[in-house]
Every structure is written in C-alpha cells, then in structure tokens.
Design a protein around this ligand. Structure first.
Ligand SMILES: Cc1ncc(COP(=O)(O)O)c(C=O)c1O
Length: 487
C-alpha cells in the first residue's frame, strides 16, 4: 500500500526523505553528571503508571517516558491507595445521618483544612472545591465587588496567561498588559497600569504553563495592595512545584487543580478571602447552596456552600487534600534539586542540538530558582505536532505540542503554530529526559523513521497497527486536535 506523504510548509515528511542534513555536534560532558544521577536518577515519589509500556510503531515496547506532567500529572501511589481505602465509605455528604455518610462528610470537610494549611491560608479564608482551576477562576469572576450594580474596578491581566486566567475576565471590566521581556520590566508595566487607578484585581499566573517561568508573586501582591486592589494567583502550575504561603505572600485568592497535583480525580480549589466570595453570585445554584429556598426567591448560604451547589466531588476533594499532604512532606531541598537536575540536563542537552531552540519569556529569570519543571522548545524545519507524534511513535516519549491554551503568548513569542513542551515532576527521572534528547538527536541526524499523516488535525503515524489495552476502545485517530491548537 502506498503511504500518504503529507507536505508541510513545503517540506516532505517521510521516512525516506531526511529534511535535515545537519550533523549533530558532539555532546560536551555535562558537568556534575554523577551528582545529577544521584539526585534525579530515580523518581522522588512513587506514582501510578510509572512502568507502563508504550508500543513502538516499529514493533516492541519501551517504558513510557511521561514528559507531560504539566497537562495532567499521574496519581501519587499514596493517593491511589488512599482512594481505595476510602472508597468503601463513599456516600452522600452533608445530608446523611448514616455511618458512611458521616465519614464521607468528615473527610470532605476536613479536606478544606488540609488544603488551607497546604497553601498557608489565613484562618478565615474560604476553601471552595471546584472542578479545576478554570472553574475556580470563573467562580471568582462572578464575585467581583460592585457598588450600586456597577463593578468597583477592572481586572488586570498579563498577555502571558493561560486561557483559564484570561477568558473569565473578558466577561467583566478588564485591562490587559503586555508583559515585558524582563520580570523587572513586567513589574514596572503592572505598576504603571495600577497608577491609572480603577483596578480591583490583578489576575496573574504563579508560573507560566508555556515556559515554566515563575512570576514574583510576593512583589506583585505588595504592589497591588498599595493601590487598593487584590491579587488572584493561578497556581495550576506553581502548586505542584513550589511551596506556597498565601498569607505570607499577601495573596488574596489562589486557584489550582488536583489533576496537575498528582490527584487526577476531578477536583480543583479556590482559596481566599471570604468577603467577596460570600457576596458573589452563587457559582452553582442548587441544592446545598441555600439557607432557604422559596418558590419565587432564595436566601443564599455563605461560606463554601454558597458556591458548591449539588452533590460535591467528595473523592476528588479527599484525594486532592491527600496529595497536598504528601507534597508538603517532601524535603524542599531534595524536591528542588531533583526537578532542577532534570531541567538543566534537558535544557543543556537541547541547546547542544543543532536547530533546536529553547524558549523563554523573560531574559532575567533564573532557570535554577525561577523556573519549574517545564521546558519549551522547537525543532527547526519540523512542525511541533509532527515531532510530538514521532517521539511518541518511535521513542515512547509523551510530551505536549501546540499553543498550550496561551494563544496571545505564543503569537508574541513568534510561535503562532505552536511549539513543544516537556514537563515533569516528582515521578520523573533523568532517563525520561535522556529518552527525549535521544529522540531529538536521532531526528536531526536520521530524520523520521516512519511516514506520518494528518488525521483529524493531528499528525499520526501512517498505517498504525498498534493496539490499545483490551479495555480501551481501539479507535486510533479519535484523539482529534489537541485543545487550543486550532485557530
Ligand atoms: C497555568 C494554568 N492555568 C490554568 C490551567 C487550567 O487548568 P484546568 O484545566 O485544570 O482548569 C492550566 C492547565 O493547563 C494551566 O497550566
């Protein structure tokens, strides 16, 4: 059968045509290789699925190298064991007098305290369980203060945000700022906007989901407070990588997701000052959100219940809380050393490969201290989606390609058609990064080892006869376009 060959940007991608002739430069010895292996040769914590085998397009299997933690991290083994432990006691919360119901209620309500402690919350901070970070930020958007029916001010956000921290604010009065190419310049730009007056809230990411660079949260909080505004931090990426103390840092609201924090069971959270939240529009009108409902009116509850109408995700909240306990117990020095060793190994390795560019937003961010386990890069001459498909099919490496739900940033970085993102965490090991580097080196020196076609907007191997496990529908190509890749 003739294989389809899909031209992309005038280049033929095929196993028989190497699009690059560049030779790979010799690898310099990576300084401190022994130390790196000592701190990052093994996972820092056990996660489920760490040894799953990925089928290769050429036949055989390899251990799946999961470099897509930034999208959804695998469950901590402790967390999945805990889920099995509490599952028999799972029952409806709040309303049941039965034994299992009381246990479930206690687990659910206690999860709030655990999460509040994890983020260093103030004693009176509300802890509201949601579906995810997106849900949390949408919830807050419905709680912005008003006087006489008019919003008290604008929401300010940077152009580097994930859509979850950009689109909810477009439905309320807002102003956007183009981040400078330095952190210092970005702080100046935020200050300049605050000086104009009329800002009620700064919505900012704790760490970029595109490049992993960390924003100076404490400095931003101090700045906005000087102008009488508040700050919400989108900690979807930060929380799985850094200790957070919202009271010490002056953060008013914090949002993050369980599925990025090793608890992929469908819960997210919003933590923060109760006053706006207690007066805001109930996020999910329904059972449990009211003090009293009438046929033609309602008295809404205050506290988390106001926004948690309907039956809550008890197991999601419980596992999210359990994951925070495990993460809180990590030795901070070892945690950072582990992640930083993998990151520097990967960045240094990529930088030695001809035609590979590593991307960052800020010139003055320190990769050792100010960047989480995320590396963004592109390979000259290859569409990012094709490289991702190749790494998966020929090397068993999983990473993310596309525009990462951050279209304005990708456009500004000169990557309108996307790039590649490797992301890792406590279950990762140096070998995952080695596998990625080996794949990119092989691509640069030998080209693709298979033919690839575009199917439903995604690059996929042509004639892919690999099968899924027996319990998964074996319908290759149904993955469709990755979210946020289309225009
Ligand atoms: C920085 C950032 N914010 C928000 C989100 C949205 O998270 P969720 O999909 O869990 O709502 C993501 C997800 O990738 C993210 O990386």
């Amino acid at each position: 059968m003739r294989q389809a060959r899909i031209p992309y940007a005038g280049v033929l991608y095929s196993s028989e045509v190497s699009v690059t002739t560049a030779t790979v430069s010799p690898q310099p010895a990576i300084a401190g290789a022994a130390e790196r292996h000592a701190v990052a040769g093994q996972p820092l914590a056990a996660v489920t699925g760490a040894e799953i085998q990925a089928p290769l397009i050429s036949g055989g299997h390899v251990r799946y190298a999961n470099l897509d933690y930034g999208a959804s991290a695998p469950a901590l083994s402790v967390v999945s064991a805990y889920l099995n432990e509490i599952l028999p006691y799972y029952a409806s919360v709040h309303r049941g007098a039965g034994y299992a119901s009381q246990i479930s209620t206690s687990v659910y309500e206690n999860a709030r305290t655990i999460v509040r402690d994890f983020v260093g919350g103030r004693p009176d901070d509300s802890v509201i369980f949601t579906r995810n970070t997106t849900d949390s930020l949408n919830l807050l958007a419905g709680c912005l203060p008003q006087t006489g029916g008019r919003p008290d001010g604008d929401v300010l956000y940077l152009d580097i945000e994930h859509h979850a921290n950009l689109l909810p604010w477009q439905g309320v009065p807002h102003r956007s700022i183009v981040a400078a190419d330095t952190i210092t310049g970005t702080l100046d730009a935020v200050r300049a906007e605050l000086e104009q007056g009329g800002v009620s809230l700064l919505a900012v990411t704790g760490a970029s989901n595109v490049t992993g660079e960390i924003l100076p949260i404490r400095a931003l909080a101090a700045l906005v407070h000087r102008y009488g505004a508040r700050i919400v931090v989108d900690a979807a990426q930060l929380a799985p990588h850094r200790r957070i103390n919202i009271a010490a840092d002056g953060v008013d609201y914090l949002a993050f997701s369980g599925h990025k924090l090793y608890a992929p069971f469908g819960a997210g959270v919003l933590v923060g000052r109760p006053d706006w939240l207690d007066r805001g529009v109930p996020h999910l009108a329904g059972g449990g959100a009211v003090k009293e409902a009438r046929l033609d009116g309602v008295s809404w509850a205050t506290g988390p219940a106001r926004h948690e109408g309907g039956s809550p995700n008890v197991l999601g909240a419980a596992t999210l809380a359990r994951a925070t306990q495990v993460i809180a117990q990590l030795d901070q020095g070892r945690w950072h050393a582990h992640e930083s060793a993998i990151r520097s190994f990967l960045v240094e390795g990529l930088q030695t490969i001809d035609g590979v560019t590593v991307h960052q937003i800020f010139k003055d961010s320190n990769p050792e201290t100010d960047t989480i386990g995320v590396v963004n890069f592109s390979v000259e001459g290859y569409d990012a989606g094709l490289v991702a498909a190749y790494l998966s099919a020929e090397h068993g490496v999983g990473l993310r390609d596309g525009r990462f739900c951050a279209h304005p940033l990708l456009k500004r970085l000169g990557l309108p058609s996307g790039s590649l993102r490797a992301s890792f965490g406590v279950g990762s090991r140096l070998e995952d990064a080695e596998r990625l580097l080996a794949g990119i080196r092989a691509l640069r020196s030998n080209g693709l080892g298979w033919d690839y076609v575009v199917d439903a907007g995604r690059w996929v191997p042509a004639n892919d006869f690999r099968t899924y496990p027996h319990w998964a529908p074996n319908t290759p190509g149904t993955a469709g376009a990755a979210p946020c890749t289309d225009d």
